[in-house]
Design a protein around this ligand. Structure first.
Ligand code: HEC
Length: 505
């Protein structure tokens, strides 16, 4: 994740297409748009089946269980052993107790369900030494009701699986990412409690048709991130005491180049003022504390019905790749945030400690007070209603929106989609996209060093990479340790190494 980069926010006055607005008649009555009635914005997507939402709850996208087989794992037994023995389609119930292991699921239809008895849960405890709690690459996977704590890498991470449901988990003090689905289509992340995460608590990467709802996300560096993903709704979450609250953006250099059609609505986004505790040198370590919602280079993002308050830098920041530090411009990614739509939101008491660059921008517009909404860099086709309510910077060329709500879009989910077919020849690519790009990008520094630098070191030596990733050792003082990837089998390790040496962007 790399939202962090907005930091540097090298804001220069000249970047302001809006220009100065001296002499405008400030006494004229504002245009007031009612929050109810009016027309709906449907986004760029016609949901095939909006009936997936019933009374505000999302129905299953993983489809019904694939078989009646239920396996029960009791305290003292190994969840991974049960997964290894299970046929695709098995439901695995895990009884309350403490389990210290990494669970790796590479088959379809597995439902890994913690059993909660009188408040006691199945606890996955990494004891501060294991890297990941649950990693999966199957389709139609359901992960429910676990408590996950003290892992160093990921709580729940998926790669290239479609139709997932991650629900009712409590993830505390767990490494780099709390819930991290990547490269999948049709997924639900709901009713989870996620806190104390060094990077992003909920991080949706390179995915499509996503619903992130009713989660409680706090005490992390980044709360909820929608990165290089399309057709995502983030709604009814409580996001507080993070460094940055909700982020929709494009990280350049990844194989999927766009983020668009994101609806961020009806969330409570407050007091995201946590001191930044991102890994030193990581990109998130630069997010300015106090950023409520951040949009960077993402298109057609709707921000509606949120309560955004007490975020000390700004309530909403809209920016582009050129104003972000450490971002290598990717010629295949549009660096600007176009089509941002700010509908009615309740905003109060934001921006009292806006970073100096934002303050400087305010001066160029002769704005006083504390900024609710800040936009830097050019944007096309963006709009807002009731702008008079907020202290804004850089919104002069935002038009008046022609709609007031998104009620016609219940969600962007689909009826269960077919599994992604992975050809054995694609293994290296999938593992690369699914695992390595979580920490490595082609040209820039992420959690790990740039792939370009790795290619220079290992150009004709894929075996060297395959060995290193099974058992990494400390190489660089200015990077964290790389977690071992020994859950990937030998063949996949070599395939991913070959792929890493081949990629060109
Ligand atoms: C959780 C983050 C993370 C993930 C996931 C990750 N890496 Fe790394 N990687 C790192 C970090 C951090 C370093 C730098 C370690 C150091 O220099 O001590 C690194 C370094 C490396 C190096 C350099 C080794 C050297 O000799 O200098 C290679 C090769 C590498 N990673 C390959 C991979 C591959 C292949 C994958 C995917 C299967 C991968 N990494 C996934 C974080 C990660």
């Amino acid at each position: 994740m790399n939202a962090g980069k907005i930091i540097g926010l090298v804001l220069i006055a000249a970047a302001f297409a809006g220009g100065l607005f001296v002499g405008r008649d400030r006494q004229s009555a504002p245009v007031i748009t009612a929050g109810s009635g009016g027309s709906a914005y449907g986004g760029g997507f016609t949901a095939v089946d909006n009936q997936l939402t019933v009374a505000g709850n999302v129905k299953a996208v993983a489809g019904p269980p694939m078989s009646d087989v239920v396996v029960v794992v009791k305290a003292g037994e190994s969840i991974q052993d049960a997964v290894r023995a299970a046929a695709p389609g098995t439901t695995i119930q895990v009884m309350p107790g403490t389990y210290s292991e990494t669970v790796y699921i590479d088959k379809d239809g597995i439902r890994l369900i913690g059993v909660i008895e009188k408040g006691k849960r199945a606890v996955l405890d990494g004891q501060g030494s294991l890297n990941d709690a649950i990693l999966y690459s199957g389709n139609n996977v359901v992960i429910e009701n676990f408590t996950i704590t003290r892992y160093k890498g990921n709580g729940i991470m998926s790669q290239a699986g479609n139709n997932w449901e991650i629900r009712n988990n409590i993830i505390v003090d767990t490494g780099v990412y709390g819930i991290f689905p990547q490269l999948g289509q049709n997924g639900v992340v709901e009713h989870n409690i996620v806190s104390g995460i060094e990077d992003a608590a909920i991080y949706v990467g390179m995915s499509d048709n996503i619903h992130v709802a009713y989660n409680d996300v706090f005490d992390s560096v980044a709360g909820i991130e929608i990165e290089n993903s399309r057709h995502a709704i983030v709604e009814s979450n409580r996001v507080y005491n993070n460094t940055g609250g909700i982020l929709a953006f494009i990280t350049p250099g990844l194989p999927i180049k766009t983020t668009y059609d994101v609806i961020i609505r009806n969330n409570f986004v407050f007091s995201n003022n946590h001191a930044n505790f991102g890994a030193p040198g990581s990109t998130v370590s630069g997010i300015p504390a106090g950023t409520g919602i951040l949009v960077m280079a993402a298109d057609d993002v709707v921000i509606e019905g949120n309560i955004i308050k007490d975020n000390k830098n700004a309530g909403i920041v809209i920016t582009d790749h050129y104003h972000a530090a450490n971002v290598t411009i990717d010629p295949e990614s549009d660096p600007y945030s176009d089509g941002v739509k700010i509908l009615n939101n309740t905003m109060t008491n934001n921006g009292w400690e806006a970073i100096p660059d934002i303050r400087a921008l305010m001066l160029t517009e002769f704005k006083t007070g504390n900024p609710d909404i800040v936009r830097v860099g050019p944007t096309k086709d963006s709009c807002i209603i009731n702008r008079h309510r907020y202290i804004t910077v850089g919104l002069e060329d935002f038009k008046e929106c022609e709609f007031t709500h998104t009620a016609s879009t219940a969600n962007y989910l689909l009826p269960t989609v077919p599994p992604r077919q992975i050809d054995p020849g694609e293994r290296g690519k999938i593992a690369y996209l699914g695992v390595c790009t979580g920490c490595h990008t082609y040209g820039g520094r992420m959690i790990g060093p740039p792939v370009q630098a790795i290619q220079a070191l290992y150009h004709d030596n894929p075996e060297g990479i395959a060995n290193y990733i099974a058992n990494p050792e400390r190489k660089r003082d200015n990077y964290p340790e790389m977690p071992p990837q020994d859950y990937l089998d030998e063949e996949t390790r070599l395939a991913v190494a070959r792929y890493m040496l081949k990629v060109k962007s």
